[in-house]
Design a binder for this molecule. Structure first.
Ligand SMILES: NC(=O)c1ccc[n+]([C@@H]2O[C@H](COP(=O)([O-])OP(=O)(O)OC[C@H]3O[C@@H](n4cnc5c(N)ncnc54)[C@H](O)[C@@H]3O)[C@@H](O)[C@H]2O)c1
Length: 357
């Protein structure tokens, strides 16, 4: 039983939490840090100020991390969420961990595997906790999908397919669709499929005149033989967010826009199939849509990170090594697309030292 579930346990003091970057993501983190009751609010950092009106007390908006950390000891943050543009993650993390602050870094962890490794080394050297904001793992439909896959509902898993399509968000400046969006999927396929990616091939499109790709299609294989496909773009005129896991007993389909999970069971083999004898295959069976409790994924992520910092051994926070693995896979996807060859992917570890998480 975790301390939170034990009525006899002393009340847990909320951690003092801050957010660095008050943009599209940071404003949501700021809201939860101020209102969710998991933390007390220690402030926000953004050189551009609070353009979205995300912080109730303007005195708690600081232009730099140093100014945030200059506060009296009992007001300084214990944890911080790093929600600056991806290429700014490393400098922000370096400043925070030098001040002894535990960091939850938005995904992707960094713009390249080398920078991700540097970031992880700094977190470990500082002896603080780090985790990565792969918030899709907190989506109720995907959590339930994974629980059912691991529980054996599908029998052997054959294939994982993800689709993340939609229009271009003009705020993205520093990376292409592979690092910005496909890192979600590259993290999910192994998490859902139950083993790491071993090989992949990829095709990209550049249609918007930006230096980076705006569409990617990946096909690959996991260690246990499960295959996967990932289709991601910024070119589609409507948003699609679908994840399918196909196995020997049917298919689970998660729509992460609506947080719906549906099971399409294989039907009974028909007499027609029996008559053919040489043919084996599936037919349509019962369809079940599950009722799910829909907790806000970003809040679930924050709770897991706070539990990690408090010493919970396995709170479900995404580890820094897992964040590095997603960055490494994104790098492999771009190499595969550039070379037009299938790329072998090696399991990654940031360093040989023991992970602090
Ligand atoms: N988990 C998700 O689903 C998800 C979704 C969107 C974005 N993200 C990630 O969140 C991060 C931020 O993305 P965004 O869309 O919010 O970007 P954004 O451009 O909307 O906001 C970034 C903010 O950071 C501020 N900033 C820049 N440099 C700073 C610094 N040194 N210190 C403090 N603030 C600084 C900017 O002024 C801006 O307000 C990126 O890493 C992105 O990949 C994650």
């Amino acid at each position: 039983m975790s301390p939170a579930d034990d009525p006899a346990a002393p009340p847990v003091r909320p951690l003092r939490g801050a957010v660095v970057g008050l943009g599209m993501m940071g404003r949501h983190h700021a809201r939860l840090l101020q209102t969710a009751g998991v933390t007390t609010f220690a402030g926000a950092v953004d050189p551009e100020g609070d353009r979205h009106g995300a912080v109730g007390d303007p005195a708690l908006v600081f232009p730099t991390v140093h100014r945030l950390l200059d506060r009296p000891a009992d007001e300084r943050p214990e944890i911080a969420i790093v929600a600056v543009p991806t290429e700014e993650h490393l400098p922000a993390v370096l400043d925070l961990v030098a001040g002894g602050v535990h960091v939850l870094v938005e995904k992707p962890l960094a713009e390249s595997p080398a920078v991700a490794r540097e970031l992880i080394a700094a977190v470990r050297a500082a002896g603080v906790h780090g985790a990565v904001g792969h918030v899709e793992r907190c989506n109720p439909a995907l959590r339930e999908l994974r629980r059912r896959v691991l529980g054996g509902q599908l029998g052997q898993v054959f294939h994982v397919a993800t689709e993340r399509l939609g229009p271009f968000p003009a705020r993205i400046r520093d990376v292409g669709v592979v690092k910005d969006l496909a890192t979600h999927d590259l993290d999910l396929v192994g998490w859902l499929g139950g083993s790491g990616v071993t090989t992949l091939a990829a095709q990209t499109q550049h249609r918007m005149g930006r230096p980076h790709e705006d569409l990617v299609n990946v096909v690959g294989r996991l260690e246990d033989g499960t295959t996967f496909t990932t289709m991601v773009d910024w070119l589609s005129p409507t948003k699609v967010r679908q994840t399918r896991v196909l196995g020997e007993r049917g298919m689970l389909v998660a729509d992460t826009l609506t947080a719906d999970l549906t099971f399409y069971a294989n039907g009974e083999v028909t007499s027609e199939w029996d008559a053919a004898r040489t043919l084996r295959g599936v037919s349509e069976g019962d369809v079940t849509r599950y009722a799910l409790s829909r907790r806000e994924p970003l809040l679930v992520e924050l709770e897991a990170f706070c539990a990690l910092v408090r010493g919970d051994e396995d709170p479900g926070a995404v580890t820094l090594d897992e964040g590095l693995a997603a960055v490494d896979l994104a790098d492999a996807v771009l190499r595969a697309a550039a070379s037009q060859e299938t790329v072998r992917v090696l399991p990654v570890r940031a360093t040989d030292t023991e992970e602090i998480r």
